[in-house]
Design a protein around this ligand. Structure first.
Ligand code: 4AD
Ligand code: MG
Length: 430
Protein backbone atom coordinates (compact mmCIF):
# COMPACT_ATOMS: atom_id res chain seq x y z
CA UNK A 1 0.00 0.00 0.00
CA UNK A 2 1.29 3.42 -0.99
CA UNK A 3 2.12 5.88 1.81
CA UNK A 4 0.72 9.41 1.71
CA UNK A 5 4.30 10.51 2.37
CA UNK A 6 5.26 9.12 -1.05
CA UNK A 7 2.58 10.97 -3.03
CA UNK A 8 4.95 13.69 -4.21
CA UNK A 9 6.52 11.13 -6.58
CA UNK A 10 3.13 10.20 -8.05
CA UNK A 11 1.84 13.46 -9.52
CA UNK A 12 -0.51 12.74 -12.42
CA UNK A 13 -0.95 9.06 -11.49
CA UNK A 14 -4.01 7.19 -10.27
CA UNK A 15 -3.26 5.79 -6.81
CA UNK A 16 -4.95 3.76 -4.10
CA UNK A 17 -4.66 4.90 -0.47
CA UNK A 18 -5.85 3.38 2.79
CA UNK A 19 -6.22 5.38 5.96
CA UNK A 20 -8.58 7.09 8.35
CA UNK A 21 -10.97 9.98 7.80
CA UNK A 22 -9.89 12.73 10.18
CA UNK A 23 -12.11 15.41 8.77
CA UNK A 24 -14.61 15.98 6.00
CA UNK A 25 -17.10 18.51 4.70
CA UNK A 26 -19.27 18.89 1.68
CA UNK A 27 -20.64 21.83 -0.25
CA UNK A 28 -23.43 20.56 -2.39
CA UNK A 29 -21.99 18.39 -5.08
CA UNK A 30 -18.34 18.70 -3.98
CA UNK A 31 -16.99 16.64 -1.07
CA UNK A 32 -13.71 17.19 0.74
CA UNK A 33 -12.24 14.21 2.60
CA UNK A 34 -9.15 14.64 4.78
CA UNK A 35 -7.30 11.38 4.97
CA UNK A 36 -4.42 10.43 7.26
CA UNK A 37 -2.50 7.19 7.07
CA UNK A 38 0.15 7.73 9.74
CA UNK A 39 2.75 8.89 7.20
CA UNK A 40 0.98 12.06 6.16
CA UNK A 41 -2.27 13.87 5.51
CA UNK A 42 -3.92 14.69 2.22
CA UNK A 43 -7.18 16.14 0.97
CA UNK A 44 -9.26 14.21 -1.57
CA UNK A 45 -11.85 16.13 -3.55
CA UNK A 46 -14.84 14.23 -4.95
CA UNK A 47 -17.46 15.57 -7.39
CA UNK A 48 -20.90 14.02 -7.23
CA UNK A 49 -21.30 13.74 -10.97
CA UNK A 50 -17.91 12.07 -11.47
CA UNK A 51 -18.18 9.24 -8.93
CA UNK A 52 -20.50 6.25 -8.59
CA UNK A 53 -23.66 6.39 -6.51
CA UNK A 54 -22.03 3.88 -4.08
CA UNK A 55 -19.02 6.13 -3.52
CA UNK A 56 -21.23 9.18 -2.97
CA UNK A 57 -23.35 7.21 -0.47
CA UNK A 58 -20.18 6.15 1.39
CA UNK A 59 -19.06 9.77 1.59
CA UNK A 60 -22.44 10.88 2.89
CA UNK A 61 -22.23 8.22 5.60
CA UNK A 62 -18.67 9.21 6.60
CA UNK A 63 -17.76 9.46 10.30
CA UNK A 64 -14.61 10.69 12.02
CA UNK A 65 -11.87 8.03 12.16
CA UNK A 66 -13.64 5.52 9.96
CA UNK A 67 -11.06 3.53 8.03
CA UNK A 68 -11.42 3.82 4.28
CA UNK A 69 -9.83 2.89 0.98
CA UNK A 70 -9.83 5.52 -1.74
CA UNK A 71 -8.60 5.85 -5.29
CA UNK A 72 -7.82 9.13 -6.96
CA UNK A 73 -5.55 11.07 -9.26
CA UNK A 74 -2.66 12.96 -7.63
CA UNK A 75 -2.29 16.60 -8.55
CA UNK A 76 -0.03 19.39 -7.38
CA UNK A 77 -1.89 21.89 -5.22
CA UNK A 78 0.37 24.65 -3.96
CA UNK A 79 -2.30 25.91 -1.53
CA UNK A 80 -2.44 22.55 0.30
CA UNK A 81 -0.07 22.16 3.30
CA UNK A 82 1.33 18.98 1.74
CA UNK A 83 1.66 20.57 -1.71
CA UNK A 84 -0.79 18.25 -3.47
CA UNK A 85 -4.27 16.77 -3.32
CA UNK A 86 -6.23 13.97 -4.95
CA UNK A 87 -9.13 14.10 -7.33
CA UNK A 88 -11.28 11.33 -5.86
CA UNK A 89 -12.49 8.44 -8.03
CA UNK A 90 -13.82 5.99 -5.44
CA UNK A 91 -14.18 5.52 -1.69
CA UNK A 92 -15.16 2.43 0.31
CA UNK A 93 -15.28 1.74 4.03
CA UNK A 94 -12.77 -0.70 5.46
CA UNK A 95 -14.55 -0.23 8.78
CA UNK A 96 -17.07 2.47 9.60
CA UNK A 97 -16.81 3.66 13.21
CA UNK A 98 -19.29 2.35 15.74
CA UNK A 99 -20.18 5.27 17.95
CA UNK A 100 -18.86 8.80 17.99
CA UNK A 101 -15.10 9.35 18.12
CA UNK A 102 -14.48 10.75 21.62
CA UNK A 103 -11.98 13.41 20.57
CA UNK A 104 -13.53 16.23 18.61
CA UNK A 105 -12.23 19.49 17.26
CA UNK A 106 -13.22 21.35 20.42
CA UNK A 107 -10.80 21.95 23.27
CA UNK A 108 -10.40 19.04 25.66
CA UNK A 109 -8.71 19.00 29.07
CA UNK A 110 -5.38 17.21 29.31
CA UNK A 111 -6.64 14.59 31.79
CA UNK A 112 -9.44 13.69 29.38
CA UNK A 113 -6.95 13.41 26.54
CA UNK A 114 -4.62 11.28 28.68
CA UNK A 115 -7.56 8.95 29.42
CA UNK A 116 -8.08 8.72 25.66
CA UNK A 117 -4.37 8.43 24.97
CA UNK A 118 -4.85 5.36 22.75
CA UNK A 119 -6.92 7.58 20.42
CA UNK A 120 -5.21 10.91 21.11
CA UNK A 121 -2.02 9.50 19.53
CA UNK A 122 -3.76 9.90 16.16
CA UNK A 123 -3.68 13.70 16.32
CA UNK A 124 -1.18 15.51 14.12
CA UNK A 125 0.66 16.97 17.10
CA UNK A 126 1.09 13.65 18.88
CA UNK A 127 2.12 12.02 15.62
CA UNK A 128 4.83 14.65 15.19
CA UNK A 129 6.14 14.14 18.74
CA UNK A 130 6.35 10.38 18.24
CA UNK A 131 8.26 10.76 15.00
CA UNK A 132 10.75 13.08 16.70
CA UNK A 133 11.06 10.60 19.58
CA UNK A 134 11.81 7.77 17.18
CA UNK A 135 14.38 9.91 15.35
CA UNK A 136 16.14 10.81 18.63
CA UNK A 137 16.21 7.22 19.82
CA UNK A 138 17.58 5.96 16.51
CA UNK A 139 20.13 8.76 16.23
CA UNK A 140 21.45 8.20 19.75
CA UNK A 141 22.12 4.58 18.82
CA UNK A 142 23.73 5.60 15.55
CA UNK A 143 26.02 8.06 17.32
CA UNK A 144 27.23 5.49 19.81
CA UNK A 145 27.65 2.91 17.07
CA UNK A 146 29.90 5.34 15.20
CA UNK A 147 31.86 5.97 18.39
CA UNK A 148 32.35 2.19 18.71
CA UNK A 149 30.13 1.55 21.72
CA UNK A 150 28.75 -1.99 22.03
CA UNK A 151 25.10 -2.42 23.02
CA UNK A 152 24.92 -4.50 26.20
CA UNK A 153 21.44 -4.40 27.68
CA UNK A 154 21.30 -4.25 31.48
CA UNK A 155 18.74 -6.33 33.40
CA UNK A 156 15.41 -4.86 34.52
CA UNK A 157 14.94 -7.14 37.56
CA UNK A 158 17.63 -6.09 40.00
CA UNK A 159 18.52 -7.22 43.52
CA UNK A 160 19.24 -3.80 45.03
CA UNK A 161 19.04 -0.01 44.69
CA UNK A 162 21.75 2.01 43.01
CA UNK A 163 20.32 5.54 42.71
CA UNK A 164 18.80 6.05 46.15
CA UNK A 165 16.65 3.68 48.14
CA UNK A 166 13.57 5.88 48.45
CA UNK A 167 12.15 5.52 44.96
CA UNK A 168 12.41 1.79 44.29
CA UNK A 169 9.61 -0.30 42.82
CA UNK A 170 9.44 -3.63 44.56
CA UNK A 171 8.09 -6.70 42.78
CA UNK A 172 7.47 -10.25 43.95
CA UNK A 173 10.16 -12.53 42.59
CA UNK A 174 9.14 -16.13 43.24
CA UNK A 175 9.53 -16.50 47.01
CA UNK A 176 11.53 -13.33 47.38
CA UNK A 177 11.68 -9.74 46.15
CA UNK A 178 13.24 -7.92 43.24
CA UNK A 179 13.38 -4.25 42.27
CA UNK A 180 12.69 -2.76 38.88
CA UNK A 181 15.87 -1.19 37.53
CA UNK A 182 16.56 2.41 38.55
CA UNK A 183 19.63 2.48 36.33
CA UNK A 184 21.69 0.05 34.26
CA UNK A 185 24.92 1.81 35.13
CA UNK A 186 26.51 -0.66 37.52
CA UNK A 187 26.15 -3.39 34.91
CA UNK A 188 27.65 -1.09 32.29
CA UNK A 189 30.69 -0.72 34.51
CA UNK A 190 31.08 -4.50 34.28
CA UNK A 191 30.43 -4.71 30.53
CA UNK A 192 32.80 -1.83 29.75
CA UNK A 193 35.57 -3.75 31.53
CA UNK A 194 34.86 -6.53 29.05
CA UNK A 195 34.30 -4.53 25.83
CA UNK A 196 35.84 -1.11 26.65
CA UNK A 197 32.87 1.02 25.52
CA UNK A 198 29.29 -0.15 26.10
CA UNK A 199 25.78 1.21 26.50
CA UNK A 200 22.31 0.12 27.38
CA UNK A 201 19.03 1.73 26.41
CA UNK A 202 15.95 0.57 28.18
CA UNK A 203 13.07 1.25 30.50
CA UNK A 204 13.95 2.64 33.90
CA UNK A 205 11.69 2.82 36.94
CA UNK A 206 11.50 5.28 39.80
CA UNK A 207 8.66 5.51 42.25
CA UNK A 208 9.24 9.23 42.71
CA UNK A 209 6.27 10.67 44.51
CA UNK A 210 6.75 13.96 42.70
CA UNK A 211 4.05 15.31 40.41
CA UNK A 212 6.16 17.48 38.16
CA UNK A 213 6.50 18.32 34.49
CA UNK A 214 9.74 16.31 34.40
CA UNK A 215 9.04 13.04 36.16
CA UNK A 216 7.71 9.76 34.88
CA UNK A 217 7.68 6.60 36.96
CA UNK A 218 8.71 4.62 33.88
CA UNK A 219 11.07 6.32 31.45
CA UNK A 220 13.69 5.32 28.91
CA UNK A 221 17.33 5.97 29.61
CA UNK A 222 20.44 5.47 27.53
CA UNK A 223 23.49 4.82 29.71
CA UNK A 224 26.97 4.78 28.22
CA UNK A 225 30.15 3.78 30.01
CA UNK A 226 33.76 3.75 28.81
CA UNK A 227 36.96 2.43 30.30
CA UNK A 228 39.93 4.82 30.36
CA UNK A 229 37.63 7.81 29.74
CA UNK A 230 37.99 10.71 32.17
CA UNK A 231 35.28 13.20 33.11
CA UNK A 232 36.42 15.83 30.58
CA UNK A 233 36.23 13.34 27.73
CA UNK A 234 32.89 12.20 29.13
CA UNK A 235 31.45 15.72 28.86
CA UNK A 236 32.86 16.15 25.36
CA UNK A 237 31.20 12.90 24.33
CA UNK A 238 27.85 14.10 25.72
CA UNK A 239 28.19 17.42 23.94
CA UNK A 240 29.08 15.77 20.62
CA UNK A 241 26.14 13.41 21.03
CA UNK A 242 23.69 16.21 21.80
CA UNK A 243 24.89 18.23 18.80
CA UNK A 244 24.63 15.15 16.56
CA UNK A 245 21.07 14.42 17.67
CA UNK A 246 19.80 18.00 17.50
CA UNK A 247 21.30 18.51 14.02
CA UNK A 248 19.69 15.31 12.83
CA UNK A 249 16.26 16.29 14.13
CA UNK A 250 16.58 19.72 12.50
CA UNK A 251 17.50 18.01 9.23
CA UNK A 252 15.06 15.13 9.12
CA UNK A 253 12.12 16.20 11.27
CA UNK A 254 11.76 19.81 10.16
CA UNK A 255 8.14 19.19 9.12
CA UNK A 256 7.28 17.78 12.54
CA UNK A 257 8.96 20.68 14.34
CA UNK A 258 6.82 22.98 12.20
CA UNK A 259 3.67 21.06 13.17
CA UNK A 260 4.71 21.52 16.82
CA UNK A 261 5.33 25.24 16.20
CA UNK A 262 8.76 24.72 17.73
CA UNK A 263 10.98 27.81 17.67
CA UNK A 264 14.09 26.25 16.16
CA UNK A 265 16.48 29.13 16.96
CA UNK A 266 17.51 27.62 20.35
CA UNK A 267 18.05 24.25 18.68
CA UNK A 268 20.24 25.87 16.05
CA UNK A 269 22.32 27.45 18.84
CA UNK A 270 22.66 24.03 20.47
CA UNK A 271 23.86 22.57 17.18
CA UNK A 272 26.87 24.93 17.36
CA UNK A 273 28.28 23.05 20.38
CA UNK A 274 30.56 24.88 22.86
CA UNK A 275 28.34 24.20 25.86
CA UNK A 276 29.46 26.32 28.85
CA UNK A 277 30.89 24.35 31.79
CA UNK A 278 30.08 25.93 35.14
CA UNK A 279 31.28 24.73 38.51
CA UNK A 280 28.58 24.03 41.08
CA UNK A 281 29.89 26.71 43.47
CA UNK A 282 29.79 29.34 40.71
CA UNK A 283 26.29 28.23 39.75
CA UNK A 284 25.16 28.70 43.38
CA UNK A 285 26.63 32.20 43.49
CA UNK A 286 24.96 33.06 40.20
CA UNK A 287 21.61 31.67 41.40
CA UNK A 288 21.78 33.68 44.61
CA UNK A 289 22.39 36.82 42.53
CA UNK A 290 19.34 35.92 40.45
CA UNK A 291 17.23 35.84 43.61
CA UNK A 292 17.15 32.11 44.46
CA UNK A 293 17.27 31.21 48.16
CA UNK A 294 19.50 28.21 47.43
CA UNK A 295 22.35 27.70 49.92
CA UNK A 296 25.85 26.44 49.26
CA UNK A 297 25.69 22.67 49.67
CA UNK A 298 22.08 22.28 48.47
CA UNK A 299 21.23 20.22 45.42
CA UNK A 300 19.83 22.21 42.52
CA UNK A 301 16.05 22.02 42.46
CA UNK A 302 13.98 22.11 39.29
CA UNK A 303 13.26 25.82 39.79
CA UNK A 304 16.95 26.61 40.17
CA UNK A 305 17.72 24.71 36.98
CA UNK A 306 15.02 26.66 35.19
CA UNK A 307 16.32 30.06 36.36
CA UNK A 308 19.89 29.12 35.50
CA UNK A 309 19.27 27.68 32.05
CA UNK A 310 17.31 30.75 31.03
CA UNK A 311 20.60 32.69 31.25
CA UNK A 312 22.16 30.68 28.41
CA UNK A 313 21.29 30.07 24.78
CA UNK A 314 22.42 26.42 24.70
CA UNK A 315 22.86 23.49 27.10
CA UNK A 316 25.22 23.95 30.04
CA UNK A 317 27.19 21.53 32.17
CA UNK A 318 27.11 22.05 35.93
CA UNK A 319 30.23 20.34 37.27
CA UNK A 320 31.82 19.47 40.63
CA UNK A 321 28.78 18.99 42.87
CA UNK A 322 29.35 18.45 46.61
CA UNK A 323 30.00 14.79 47.47
CA UNK A 324 26.96 14.73 49.79
CA UNK A 325 24.29 15.51 47.19
CA UNK A 326 25.36 12.94 44.61
CA UNK A 327 25.46 9.15 44.21
CA UNK A 328 27.87 6.93 46.12
CA UNK A 329 29.91 5.86 43.08
CA UNK A 330 31.09 9.30 41.94
CA UNK A 331 34.82 9.94 42.13
CA UNK A 332 35.94 12.78 44.39
CA UNK A 333 38.02 15.43 42.64
CA UNK A 334 41.66 14.75 43.65
CA UNK A 335 42.22 18.55 43.61
CA UNK A 336 39.41 19.10 46.14
CA UNK A 337 37.74 15.94 47.43
CA UNK A 338 34.74 17.84 48.85
CA UNK A 339 33.44 17.81 45.28
CA UNK A 340 32.95 15.04 42.75
CA UNK A 341 34.06 14.72 39.12
CA UNK A 342 30.57 14.87 37.70
CA UNK A 343 28.32 16.97 35.50
CA UNK A 344 24.64 17.40 34.91
CA UNK A 345 23.81 18.65 31.45
CA UNK A 346 20.94 21.12 31.68
CA UNK A 347 18.90 21.92 28.58
CA UNK A 348 18.12 25.55 27.78
CA UNK A 349 14.75 27.35 27.87
CA UNK A 350 14.10 26.17 31.41
CA UNK A 351 14.09 22.46 30.63
CA UNK A 352 16.82 21.54 33.09
CA UNK A 353 18.60 18.24 33.63
CA UNK A 354 18.65 15.92 30.66
CA UNK A 355 21.94 14.08 31.32
CA UNK A 356 23.64 13.01 34.54
CA UNK A 357 27.17 11.64 34.38
CA UNK A 358 30.43 11.27 36.24
CA UNK A 359 33.79 9.64 36.58
CA UNK A 360 33.45 6.63 38.87
CA UNK A 361 35.42 5.72 41.98
CA UNK A 362 38.13 3.25 40.89
CA UNK A 363 39.67 2.68 44.33
CA UNK A 364 38.42 -0.46 46.08
CA UNK A 365 38.69 0.75 49.69
CA UNK A 366 37.03 4.11 49.02
CA UNK A 367 34.19 2.55 47.05
CA UNK A 368 33.51 0.02 49.81
CA UNK A 369 33.51 2.80 52.39
CA UNK A 370 30.99 4.79 50.27
CA UNK A 371 28.67 1.82 49.90
CA UNK A 372 28.67 1.39 53.69
CA UNK A 373 28.20 5.07 54.44
CA UNK A 374 25.18 5.12 52.08
CA UNK A 375 23.71 2.23 54.07
CA UNK A 376 23.66 0.00 51.01
CA UNK A 377 23.95 -3.79 51.55
CA UNK A 378 27.67 -4.32 50.90
CA UNK A 379 27.22 -8.08 50.39
CA UNK A 380 25.04 -7.35 47.34
CA UNK A 381 27.79 -5.17 45.89
CA UNK A 382 30.60 -7.74 45.99
CA UNK A 383 30.34 -8.33 42.26
CA UNK A 384 30.57 -4.55 41.71
CA UNK A 385 33.58 -4.33 44.02
CA UNK A 386 35.19 -7.15 42.00
CA UNK A 387 35.47 -4.66 39.14
CA UNK A 388 37.91 -2.72 41.40
CA UNK A 389 39.66 -5.90 42.58
CA UNK A 390 40.38 -7.23 39.12
CA UNK A 391 42.03 -4.66 36.92
CA UNK A 392 40.40 -1.45 38.05
CA UNK A 393 40.80 1.43 35.56
CA UNK A 394 39.69 5.04 35.42
CA UNK A 395 36.27 5.09 33.78
CA UNK A 396 33.27 7.35 33.30
CA UNK A 397 29.79 7.35 31.89
CA UNK A 398 26.46 9.08 31.75
CA UNK A 399 22.73 8.55 31.47
CA UNK A 400 20.44 10.55 29.18
CA UNK A 401 16.70 10.56 29.72
CA UNK A 402 14.88 10.00 26.43
CA UNK A 403 11.61 11.71 27.39
CA UNK A 404 13.37 14.73 28.88
CA UNK A 405 15.25 15.06 25.60
CA UNK A 406 12.06 14.70 23.56
CA UNK A 407 10.23 17.23 25.74
CA UNK A 408 13.03 19.75 25.28
CA UNK A 409 13.63 19.23 21.57
CA UNK A 410 9.89 19.32 20.81
CA UNK A 411 9.32 22.24 23.20
CA UNK A 412 6.65 20.40 25.23
CA UNK A 413 5.20 21.77 28.42
CA UNK A 414 4.99 18.40 30.10
CA UNK A 415 6.92 15.15 29.81
CA UNK A 416 3.71 13.07 29.64
CA UNK A 417 3.38 13.77 25.92
CA UNK A 418 6.94 12.59 25.21
CA UNK A 419 6.19 8.87 25.60
CA UNK A 420 3.43 6.84 23.90
CA UNK A 421 1.78 5.74 27.17
CA UNK A 422 2.94 7.74 30.19
CA UNK A 423 3.23 6.17 33.63
CA UNK A 424 2.87 8.82 36.32
CA UNK A 425 2.22 8.98 40.03
CA UNK A 426 -1.51 9.15 39.31
CA UNK A 427 -1.68 7.28 35.99
CA UNK A 428 -1.29 3.66 34.99
CA UNK A 429 -3.89 3.63 32.19
CA UNK A 430 -4.57 3.17 29.35
O1 4AD B 1 20.70 11.61 37.01
P1 4AD B 1 20.23 10.18 36.99
O2 4AD B 1 19.50 9.70 38.18
O3 4AD B 1 21.53 9.33 36.72
C1 4AD B 1 21.63 7.98 36.72
O4 4AD B 1 20.71 7.20 36.84
C2 4AD B 1 23.03 7.51 36.42
N1 4AD B 1 23.12 6.10 36.82
C3 4AD B 1 23.34 7.72 34.97
C4 4AD B 1 24.71 7.24 34.60
O5 4AD B 1 25.67 7.90 34.94
N2 4AD B 1 24.81 6.10 33.97
O6 4AD B 1 19.31 9.96 35.71
C5 4AD B 1 19.83 10.24 34.41
C6 4AD B 1 18.79 10.93 33.56
C7 4AD B 1 18.36 12.29 34.09
O7 4AD B 1 19.27 13.30 33.73
C8 4AD B 1 17.02 12.46 33.42
O8 4AD B 1 17.16 12.88 32.06
C9 4AD B 1 16.48 11.06 33.41
O9 4AD B 1 17.58 10.18 33.53
N3 4AD B 1 15.55 10.85 34.52
C10 4AD B 1 14.20 10.88 34.39
N4 4AD B 1 13.40 11.08 33.33
C11 4AD B 1 12.07 11.04 33.51
N5 4AD B 1 11.48 10.77 34.70
C12 4AD B 1 12.24 10.55 35.81
N6 4AD B 1 11.65 10.27 36.97
C13 4AD B 1 13.67 10.61 35.68
N7 4AD B 1 14.69 10.43 36.54
C14 4AD B 1 15.81 10.59 35.80
MG1 MG C 1 20.60 13.31 38.03
Amino acid sequence: MLDIAELSQKIGETVELSGWAYNFRSSGSIYFLQLRDGTGRVQIVFSKNEVSAETWATLEAMTMESSVMVTGVVKAEPRAPSGFELTGLSCVFISATSGEFPISKKEHGVEFLMDERHLWLRSSRQEAIMRVRSEIEFTLREFLYERKFILMDSPIFTPNACEGTTDLFEVKYFDGLAYLSQSGQLYQEATSSALKRTYCFGPTFRSEKSKTRRHLTEFWMLEAEASFMDQNENMQLQEDMTVFVVKRVLERRAEDLKTLERDIAPLQKTAEGNFPRIRYTDAIAQLQKLGSDIKDGDDLGADDETILTKQYDRPIFITHYPVEVKSFYMKPDPADPRYVLNADMLAPEGYGEVIGGSQRIDDLALLEERIRSHNLPVEMFQWYLDLRRFGSVPHSGFGIGLERSVAWICGLEHIREAIPFARLLNRLTP
